[in-house]
Write a protein that binds this ligand. Structure first.
Ligand SMILES: [Zn+2]
Length: 273
């Protein structure tokens, strides 16, 4: 499932090919992508829009148009975007939408599980939409004290709190486990019980995991690929996620798997406390 590093990688690759381009044709093949709106109406609204910027907030891709409207894309579990010269992409039964640009290139959206969403927002709608759903960005501006404040008094586990996008935006199951491993914090610790020094470690761990993910162009376990069709390499860097029974890179104890907040959770039982 794409998390902050995967979406940031997509953003970095798409921005140079999208900015300044005008959408000449839009086809939305799957009504689920834009529901409750009519896919043909949304497609018609996209035609003529020119891209001003491609940004990211949490796990959302924010395509800003010169009209000040925004196409907000969430890849959810299996969404991915490909960019190529018109006609160069092979047929794909999981293709859900195609935007044709004014330089004879296409952006195609693929989604096997079909949980991804495209929302066309009118000027002024983006800020309140995101403010309701997302906490601060972990890689810019957030301090350990502010993170500690956001966790204070919460009875839920640390892992569940990190998965909650309103605590901090952009972490999912992979990077939450990696962040907690770097921070040497147990995923089942009560989120509200962190000492100051532990909140500092947690923020450092979150940043270290996310930065490494961005550096390695994301993790390709199943569906995720960059818009050029390349795989990421973060899966080679996992310290905890998916490593049940393998020795911890720090202390050698076997990594343990459990379930937290309904999600498979990997951690070192010796050095994460
Ligand atoms: Zn360990």
């Amino acid at each position: 499932m794409p998390e902050l590093p995967e979406v940031e990688t997509v953003r970095t690759r798409l921005a140079p090919v999208l900015v300044g381009r005008r959408i000449e044709k839009a086809v939305i093949l799957d009504p689920r992508l834009v529901r409750p709106f009519d896919p043909e109406l949304v497609a018609a609204e996209l035609v003529g829009e020119r891209v001003a910027a491609v940004e990211r907030r949490g796990k959302y891709l924010v395509v800003r148009f010169e009209s000040d409207r925004v196409l907000l894309i969430h890849l959810r579990m299996t969404g991915s975007l490909r960019h190529a010269t018109t006609g160069a992409l092979a047929d794909d039964p999981h293709r859900r939408a195609v935007l044709s640009l004014d330089n004879r290139s296409d952006v195609a959206y693929r989604d096997v599980r079909r949980f991804g969403t495209w929302e066309l927002l009118e000027p002024g709608e983006l800020r309140p939409y995101l403010a309701q759903r997302l906490g601060p960005e972990p890689l810019s501006g957030l301090t350990a004290a502010r993170l500690g404040d956001r966790l204070a008094g919460r009875r839920t586990s640390l892992k569940a709190a990190l998965l909650d996008q309103r605590t901090v935006a952009g972490l999912g199951n992979i990077y939450a486990d990696e962040a907690l491993w770097y921070a040497r914090l147990h995923p089942l610790r009560p989120a509200g019980g962190l000492a100051e020094a532990e909140a500092v470690r947690l923020l450092r761990g979150v940043r270290r995991a996310l930065r490494l993910g961005i550096e390695r162009q994301g993790a390709s376990l199943r569906d995720y690929a960059t818009p050029d069709g390349e795989r990421g390499a973060m899966q080679e860097e996992f310290r905890a996620y998916g490593r049940e029974g393998e020795p911890c890179d720090r202390c050698g104890a076997p990594i343990t798997k459990t379930r937290v907040a309904g999600r498979g959770t990997w951690y070192c039982p010796r050095c994460q406390a």
